[in-house]
Design a protein around this ligand. Structure first.
Ligand code: NAD
Length: 423
């Protein structure tokens, strides 16, 4: 796969990065200029103030957003993030990422995202609940099972979704479990949702290795991040016969060329909250981890982790992006020139939204699917999507990322063209 995009200027922020990739796809597919203009702006950005009575009696007002980038293919879909760095541009970029992600896996949703600028780690459970309920109240006018369907994201959980659903039910006077996904099982959640993103990443690793002629058994992997996605992935990759040679988290990184024991590492993490200090490995810095020689690298932590500098020295042959936006646009060309295959985020981590779609469908049916049905349909969706992206990359002779954006752009544009612009 080749990628000869000339390096331009450094991206200003996540929204600029998203536009840069979308503009490239628009050019590749010769997109209708009106549809191009339309998709360069989000349909709706709701900014809200969220007043919360803190435990010590003070009132704090947090800033929050709910963005719908595009809802041509179905209700806006995307998580809610509670983080101190959340801002309108980041939420808008993440919402656009959902527009393209839902189109790549061809689930009938558009792209949405929400966030509150708050350090959630400093909140008590009571404060977290009051924040969630007031934020839900403020964004309720734009929510709805056929309008905008939230889910968990960074620092939000099943419990947060349960409060959201209850607040929405109280406001509307009716229980509508299809207004949110990632909710607890006993409120209409789906079996198989917890590990869906990691399972989808594993399918992409399998498919990529198969086509590149690299055996998984005995191959080495490095993972950045040991959270909800990176943690289960260490197990899944080990079970597939891979050797996890390095893992990093926010506290540091550990390295063992003979392979880390994923089970023992998980125990250590559960006890200490970090991979740091794990006895079965040597300490290295998180930055050194990128240069570790391996067949596979999984970024499963932060946006913009792989910049030009990291891209120039990364020691892996294949990168499968479990995180959202881990590679900055100008690093793409460097990775491509070095012959490194990158499976992009909008394909690689789409397992989560795929099972969110299954959950939404189950909630609408009022009928729970068996776990093996969910797993089988997830695997098939990921395999079909991977194949579609791979074939398009082949036929256009571009990277998998550019091919995924092309495929998604075509799907979204076809629906916009058929529906037309009101009035
Ligand atoms: P998480 O908060 O559970 O875990 C994040 C991990 O990254 C933690 O281990 C943390 O220590 C580590 N980390 C943070 N800063 C780091 C740094 N500077 N260096 C190394 N490690 C660092 O989050 P998660 O749910 O596992 O999500 C990880 C990524 O995957 C995010 O980009 C998220 O948007 C994306 N994603 C998650 C899902 C999902 O279902 N959870 C779905 C799609 C995409």
């Amino acid at each position: 796969m080749t990628d000869h995009q000339p390096a331009k200027h450094a991206p200003v922020d996540e929204w600029e990065s998203m536009l840069e990739r979308f503009d490239d796809a628009a050019q590749l597919v010769n997109l209708d200029p009106s549809i191009h203009t339309l998709l360069r702006s989000p349909r709706r950005v709701l900014e809200v103030s969220v007043p919360v009575k803190m435990d010590d009696g003070r009132l704090e007002v947090f800033q929050g957003w709910r963005v719908c980038h595009d809802d041509s293919r179905g209700p806006a879909k995307g998580g809610i993030r509670f983080h101190q760095d959340v801002n309108a541009h980041e939420v808008t970029a993440l919402a656009a990422g959902m527009t393209f992600k839902t189109a790549v896996v061809d689930v009938p949703f558009g792209g949405g995202k929400g966030g509150v600028r708050v350090d959630a780690t400093k909140l008590s459970m009571g404060e977290l609940e009051r924040l969630t309920r007031r934020y839900t109240y403020e964004i309720a006018p734009v929510l709805g099972p056929d309008m905008d369907v939230p889910a968990p994201d960074v620092n939000t959980s099943e419990q947060v979704m349960a409060w959201l659903l209850d607040t929405y039910a109280t406001l509307k006077g009716s229980f509508q479990p299809d207004v949110v996904t990632g909710k607890p099982l006993n409120m209409g959640g789906s079996l198989g949702r917890a590990g869906a993103t990691s399972s989808g990443v594993l399918t992409c690793v399998r498919e990529a290795f198969l086509r590149l002629g690299i055996p998984m058994a005995g191959s080495r992997a490095v993972i950045q991040g040991f959270g909800k996605v990176g943690g289960p992935l260490a197990f899944l990759l080990s079970s597939a016969g891979m050797r996890i040679v390095a893992v990093s988290d926010v506290g540091g990184a550990v390295y063992n060329p003979a392979g880390l024991d994923a089970f023992r590492l998980s125990d250590h993490h559960a006890q200490t909250g970090s991979v740091v200090g794990f006895k079965g490995a040597d300490p290295i810095t998180p930055d050194e981890m990128w240069s570790v020689e391996a067949e596979l690298c999984i970024p499963a932590a932060l946006a913009n982790a792989i910049d030009e500098d990291v891209a120039a020295r990364i020691g892996s042959k294949v990168i499968v992006e479990a995180a959202n936006g881990p590679t900055v646009p100008h690093a793409d060309a460097i990775l491509s020139d070095r012959g490194i295959c990158v499976v992009p985020d909008i394909l690689a981590n789409a397992g989560g939204v795929t099972v969110s779609y299954f959950e939404w469908a189950q909630s609408r049916q009022g009928y729970q699917w068996e776990e093996d049905v969910v797993a089988q349909r997830l695997r098939r969706t990921m395999e079909d999507s991977f194949l579609a992206v791979w074939q398009r990359a082949d036929s256009l002779n571009v990277s998998l990322r550019r091919a995924a954006f092309v495929l998604a752009t075509e799907r979204v544009a076809a629906v916009i063209a058929a529906r037309g612009i009101f009035p």
